[in-house]
Design a protein around this ligand. Structure first.
Ligand code: SF4
Length: 329
């Protein structure tokens, strides 16, 4: 029996490259081994994601159906009433979710009444005993502190892709803006949820670069979502090729090895995967899935909760409870 792997923040590109390019079965075997050292491999966290404000976003993320400039079929919806959001959270908890993430299609948080309402939502979900997460766009240090005081457990802000490829995907903000918000979240003592998307047209080098950025942060993000591009009609990336599931397995396994204590989330793209393919992702170290009401993940299709619970049962897995660990500065 070898010693438990250690957490490292000094990974080099060459080291990650060598892991990423291992023969696939060897890579999955290593990732599954590391996963068992750090996590209970029988547990999968079910996180529910709710869009609390949909569409009409001024940003130009080329994968996103919520950007106002693209002609998609997304129905624009103003910020939901607080009580309605809390009702969704209660239902999610009853369905087995231990984490509730609220997403608003904003470029950045503004200090206005809508933000005050989000603060109330955070307090309400926290009182339900769920991990509460938000993804609201860019955030200042002061806004992050307000969210933390309201009980926010995690803030999602994905890198999306590598620093080098970033401007091919988004022109209305920079990679440094992303890092800046993540730093503000950290400073406030909120856990970080940050990962990316594959299938945007990036190279393997870009994927490795993104993983390198995440794994060399002073503290690894506690949560690392790995998404496959959900191709939304009307967006510039609508005709991209479907992401091969083996590519997802490779990304998940590499993320698991270099960030062993993080929750690695098999996120968007599950709709195009069979249960068999999702099983491979769990074997590679994914230990969380997103679920959404009405079988959608924000604005794209997603399996429903009953289908997910059935899959977990078939694979001998069980939903994880709320984490007891808190973010350490
Ligand atoms: S990904 Fe977020 S920031 Fe980008 S267009 Fe969509 S809603 Fe706006």
């Amino acid at each position: 029996m070898t010693d438990k792997t250690v957490l490292r923040n000094d990974w080099t590109r060459e080291e990650i490259e060598a892991i990423y390019h291992l023969p696939l079965l060897e890579l999955v075997y290593k990732a599954a081994t590391v996963h068992r050292e750090w996590n209970d491999p029988e547990e999968i966290q079910i996180s529910t994601l709710l869009s609390i404000k949909t569409g009409g976003c001024p940003e130009d993320c080329s994968y996103c159906g919520q950007a106002a400039r693209y002609h998609t079929n997304i129905k624009v919806q103003a910020l939901l009433p607080t009580e309605q959001v809390l009702e969704h959270a209660r239902k999610a908890k009853e369905g087995g979710s231990s984490r509730f993430c609220m997403a608003a299609a904003w470029r950045e948080v503004r200090n206005n009444r809508d933000f005050d309402r989000v603060i109330d939502m955070v307090k309400g979900v926290n009182e339900l005993g769920m991990e509460v997460c938000c993804t609201l766009g860019m955030l200042s240090e002061e806004q992050a502190e307000r969210l933390q005081e309201a009980g926010l457990y995690a803030y999602n802000h994905n890198l999306d892709t590598s620093e080098q490829y970033y401007e091919e995907i988004i022109s209305t903000r920079t990679f440094d803006h992303r890092i800046n918000t993540i730093n503000n979240v950290r400073k406030a003592g909120i856990t970080v949820c940050s990962g990316g998307i594959i299938g945007l047209g990036e190279t393997h080098r870009d994927r490795i670069s993104m993983l390198l950025t995440l794994a060399t942060m002073p503290k690894h993000p506690e949560s690392v979502p790995i998404n496959a591009l959900a191709r939304v009609a009307g967006t510039p990336l609508q005709d991209n090729e479907k992401t091969d599931t083996w590519e997802m397995v490779r990304m998940i396994a590499t993320a698991r090895i270099i960030m062993p204590s993080s929750m690695v989330r098999l996120s968007a793209g599950r709709m195009e995967m069979s249960g068999f393919e999702q099983g491979w992702c769990f074997m590679a170290g994914a230990n969380s899935i997103f679920t959404g009401e009405r079988e959608t993940l924000l604005v794209t299709p997603n399996p429903g909760i009953s289908e997910d619970l059935q899959l977990l049962q078939t694979l001998g897995l069980k939903p994880m409870g709320r984490a007891e660990v808190s973010c350490e500065l």
